[in-house]
Design a protein around this ligand. Structure first.
Ligand code: RP5
Length: 164
């Protein structure tokens, strides 16, 4: 592997979402590291992590946070690596607050925002970015997509046999 994925979350209460991402990265054979850094509670550590990520072999960053979710934007402000934001559902506002906080970045500092609690797609998007310069990973991604296709075809067959 040329590059690792760096994953940060605002709190360990975001772990269930992060585990969807780490399971997907593991299935694709992608190395990653995981940390808890908060844009609000540990802003210096979050900034230092983002600033040093590229020099430590990270190719894409994933940042997950809930509530007034500034983490992905704060990370993106400190690096030119691509940053994928995951808005997390952590209050009775349902995650819409984190979605808007993560997605509505002002021009100049992009964050590629996935769905609320979208850990799987964050990992797949990171994989697709890394696959641009990694042919073996690209082949594993295409196999993953094919397996997904075949899984849905099999489900259709099972449902059709039951009801038709
Ligand atoms: C955010 O606040 C975190 O990303 C988390 O989603 C939310 C709640 O954090 P805890 O109070 O559970 O630590 O910063």
């Amino acid at each position: 592997m040329k590059y690792k994925v760096g994953i940060v979350m605002g709190s360990d209460s975001d772990l269930p979402v992060i585990e969807k991402a780490t399971n997907t990265l593991s299935a694709l054979g992608i190395e990653f590291e995981v940390h808890v850094y908060s844009a609000h509670r540990t802003p210096d550590e979050a900034a230092e992590y983002a600033q040093s990520a590229q020099s430590r072999g990270i190719g894409v960053l994933i940042a997950a946070a809930g509530m007034a979710a500034h983490l992905a934007g704060a990370i993106a402000a400190r690096t030119t690596l691509p940053v994928i934001g995951i808005p997390c559902k952590s209050t009775n506002l349902g995650g819409i607050e984190a979605l808007l906080s993560t997605v509505q970045m002002p021009g100049g500092i992009p964050v590629a925002t996935v769905a609320i609690d979208g850990g799987v797609n964050a990992a797949l998007l990171a994989a697709q970015i890394l696959a641009l310069s990694d042919e073996e990973l690209d082949a594993r991604l295409k196999a993953h997509r094919q397996a997904q296709y075949e899984g849905v075809i099999a489900k259709d067959k099972a449902v059709a046999e039951k009801f038709n």
